[in-house]
Design a protein around this ligand. Structure first.
Ligand SMILES: *Cc1c(COP(=O)(O)O)cnc(C)c1O
Length: 369
């Protein structure tokens, strides 16, 4: 029986950077400063610089990053925020935290990113912001979304949890909206060894407000002018992330190579490989195919001990928590995507032999009527 093939192999990545990672953790232990210190400040500068944006604010996770941006924008009860229906719930939960209402709109059937025309139709006088998700590592149509938000006077917020390093029309994601939000959850392209996140923004006032909110609403220690939160990024994670950030472009390039290899091996079959929109770099957080025989393919991979995941099986407007609020709109592209998508093993150290086996099992199941 051949070795199992995981969805994601974090141990292989650790092995690659082991001496530097161990050293970075030790240096934090020796420095004795664990929350809000030099590692976090340095990472904030480095991630902001990487995105070509002025300010970075480290936070506890990606969900908090979005929440603090919405709070700092003054969004609250009575407001509406436009969110794509086909994404992780971490995109929409922060809207609910503020008391505002997420308004779900459909996605483009090819890229699975928010459809700008559907977004425009969903705008009402209550709409305060639109959250663009760069799903699976490919930028949403940021030039159009930016123009739409400017014309309508609403804030564009970027959920870049899956897309660090991706660009469109020559500009990195996170630099198009009023703010870009990153998650450093271990499985993301830039992953910590625990939770982590960051907001980047060109707006100095917004950056300052988010800095205050993440640290108990205090500008000066023990002086509080607003009720804030405890959602800071710790020094250990920041030190680890700095080591990995230095190699991020190379790791993303490896993901792109693996994606091309899948494309080649699956070409001409009945499964639809992920299309690139051709306006920028896809960083393949996930390699997601679609097929009417998705469930049979998944079962065959499982039987061969090959990992695969359905991101996402239920679109947000059909989730119990949201559907209970009233009759959910019909969003056919999101609903069909949920029935047909399957993400295959994808990580920088994936080998060609592993990919050959994935595709062999997959193609047999896909064509076997
Ligand atoms: C991971 C993720 C989040 C949430 O990030 P956390 O760090 O887990 O809070 C939000 N949106 C998307 C699209 C994600 O993939």
């Amino acid at each position: 029986m051949p070795e199992p093939i995981p969805m994601l192999d974090l141990k292989a990545e650790y092995a690659l950077f082991e001496p530097q990672l161990t050293q970075s953790v030790l240096s934090v232990l020796q420095a004795g400063q664990f929350v809000l210190g030099p590692q976090g400040l340095a990472l904030e500068r480095e991630v902001a610089h990487y995105c070509n944006v002025e300010h970075g604010i480290g936070v506890a996770n990606g969900t908090d990053a979005i929440h603090l941006v919405l709070r700092a924008l003054g969004i609250g009860a009575g407001d509406e925020v436009i969110v794509p229906a086909f994404t992780f719930i971490g995109t929409s939960e922060p809207v609910d935290y503020t008391g505002a209402t997420p308004v779900f709109v459909d996605v483009d059937p090819h890229t699975f990113n928010i459809d700008p025309d559907a977004a425009e139709r969903a705008i009402t006088p209550r709409t305060k912001a639109l959250i663009a998700v760069h799903l699976f590592g490919q930028c949403a149509d940021l030039p159009r979304l930016q123009a739409l938000c400017a014309r309508k006077g609403i804030a564009l917020v970027e959920d870049c949890a899956q897309s660090i390093g991706a660009d469109i029309a020559g500009r990195r994601c996170a630099s198009w909206g009023v703010a870009g939000c990153f998650s450093f959850y271990p499985s993301k392209n830039l992953g910590a060894y625990g939770d982590g996140g960051m907001v980047v923004t060109a707006d100095a006032r917004l950056a300052e407000e988010i800095r205050v909110l993440r640290n108990h609403g205090s500008r000066a220690r023990y002086h509080h002018h607003v009720i804030g939160y405890n959602c800071r990024l710790d020094e250990m994670q920041a030190a680890i992330l700095r080591v990995k950030l230095a190699h991020l472009d190379r790791l993303n390039a490896l993901r792109r190579e693996k994606a091309l290899e899948y494309d080649r091996r699956l070409a001409g079959s009945s499964v639809v490989t992920p299309p690139e929109h051709g306006q920028g770099t896809h960083v393949y957080h996930q390699y997601t195919i679609r097929s009417a025989r998705r469930d049979a393919i998944k079962a065959a991979l499982e039987a061969a001990r090959i990992g695969s995941m359905i991101y996402y099986p239920i679109p947000l407007h059909r989730q119990d928590v949201y559907a209970a609020r009233g009759t959910p709109a019909s969003l056919p592209h999101s609903e069909r995507a949920a029935e047909e998508v399957l993400s295959l093993p994808m990580f920088p150290m994936l080998t060609e032999a592993q990919q050959a086996r994935v595709c062999e099992v997959l193609l047999r199941a896909a064509e076997d009527y």
